[in-house]
Ligand binder design. Structure first.
Ligand code: HEC
Length: 118
């Protein structure tokens, strides 16, 4: 019961998140905070991020299993980090706006998305 209460207060019961992600060299926990800060959840459904139930863009659950981002960008760690920072440069016709995400945040966000609960 105590553990349950702590989960509710901290909303941080994600035991499967690694401290550091090997593929992106990012920190998943910090990535989850950055996702909330940039408001990605307004457009995307993202597992483990409270309030991230958007349907404007595709769900980002299980993102690591996808071969392509936005239908044509190979879903490598570097490709994902680049997309999060510069979607308009990679695909000017995409509806995803540039949100001014810096590289550290993009790396951490990618680390979270590749390890997020489904
Ligand atoms: C205004 C709405 C909007 C916001 C805010 C937004 N996105 Fe997107 N995002 C989209 C749309 C629409 C697409 C689909 C792009 C396409 O296919 O051209 C997309 C695509 C993506 C993809 C590729 C997914 C796939 O399977 O193709 C990722 C990853 C992504 N967004 C991450 C993020 C992250 C991280 C943030 C916050 C920093 C964010 N998005 C903020 C609208 C948004």
């Amino acid at each position: 019961m105590v553990i349950f209460a702590v989960c509710l207060v901290a909303s941080a019961c994600q035991p499967s998140l690694p401290e550091r992600d090997i593929a992106t060299h990012g920190f998943p926990q910090a990535g989850r905070d950055a996702i909330a800060r940039y408001g990605c959840g307004a457009c995307h459904t993202i597992g483990g991020v409270p309030g991230a139930h958007g349907t404007v863009g595709p769900s980002l659950k299980g993102l690591g299993d996808r071969a392509y981002l936005a239908g044509h960008i190979p879903n490598t760690p570097d490709g994902l980090i680049a997309w999060i920072q510069h979607p308009q440069a990679l695909d000017p016709r995409s509806a995803m706006p540039d949100l001014g995400v810096n590289e550290t945040d993009a790396r951490n966000i990618a680390a979270y998305l590749l390890n997020a609960p489904r």
